[in-house]
Design a protein around this ligand. Sequence first.
Ligand code: FEO
Length: 408
Amino acid sequence: MPKVWIEKLLDEPELYLLRIDDDQVKYFEATWDIPEGITYNAYLMKSDNVVVLFDAWKKDYADKFLEALSSIVDPKDITHIIVHHTEPDHSGALPKVLEANGYKAKIIGTAFAKRLLESLHGIKENVRAVKDGEELKIGNRTLKFIALPWLHWPDTMITYLVEDKIIFSCDAWGGYSIPERVDDSDEGVVERYLPHVTKYIVTVIGHYRKYLLENAEKIKNLGIVDDVKMILPGHGLIWHKNPQKILQHYANVGLGASKKGKILVIYDSMYGFVERSVEIAVDELKKLGFEPVVYRFTDKEALAVSDILGDVPDSEALIIGASTYEANVHPRIRHTLYELLDKANYEKPVLVLGTFGWAGVAGREIEALLKKSKFDHVGTIEVKGRTTDEDEAKIREEVRELAKRLGR
Ligand code: FEO
């Protein structure tokens, strides 16, 4: 049962978090396995006769959202609605809010958001498009709107509350899971949360990694992050105690900053043949002092691609093992590779281990795909049938070559 949180964050301006813990969702965007769930965070500010709503929740929870809102304010009294991003996990409840509001509130978003509000929800009255960098005095506060295109859609902007140094950031600096706190006051909660942030960044924003880096630079140059007091995202924890921590985490994921020794190993094995090659590689990695993190697809296991993707950014290198299957790469690895190259295309070394029965294709195909990507292809070893002593020697040698690329 989704839990609703209504938390007062500040007295002046009177600022509230409205958060719902979506423990019903299984596949975010109907794709990404998130057994850890996700939260939708909206915010409400009351100050000097204005009532400003920042975003909303998913349509499924529109009634609960109205109920939560109504416990703080009469929806008719909402004067402004800031739409940072129109993806329906944040905008789905807006039609019901507007109905309860009597369509009086001024709606503010980018020009792109204005178009999407009409096409997604039929909302076209009272919508004002603001420009990148535009400031608006609302009550006794100044709201500065900053476009962050492709974080996560082209419509996206954030709001900087100038007098209070608060950033309302929607998707940016958010993450998956349902943290047991609303903010970053507990170090343990933060440490458990951050891996879910990495998984969220790669799966949701990874395709736009270039813009993640560009927008981080843009925000830095605007000079609003050095002394920011609070970051209020649309998903996950609020950053109050240490906003720099989430900014740094996003920067690390964007750059692919690696954890020393971590090697990501992904393979399929239908009958144990690929597995034997991988076991040899893993053994050699361990002898060299590495810590392999292994994901396998077998007749008993199929781990989530979303989790695999979340382990790419801080890995030093990857090893991919694949069977040849109908003159192609095994379907599980084919799908994983498609997502890997699209969402987590990092400049990291990769070693390929292929196994085949009568014609070797998987290794060659993967090698060709890697050569068109940002990954650094170290080598490919194709094994026919069972792994022989000669194959074993080659695998160990290639793992040592991989280690050399990493300066070991
Ligand atoms: Fe949380 Fe792109 O929506």
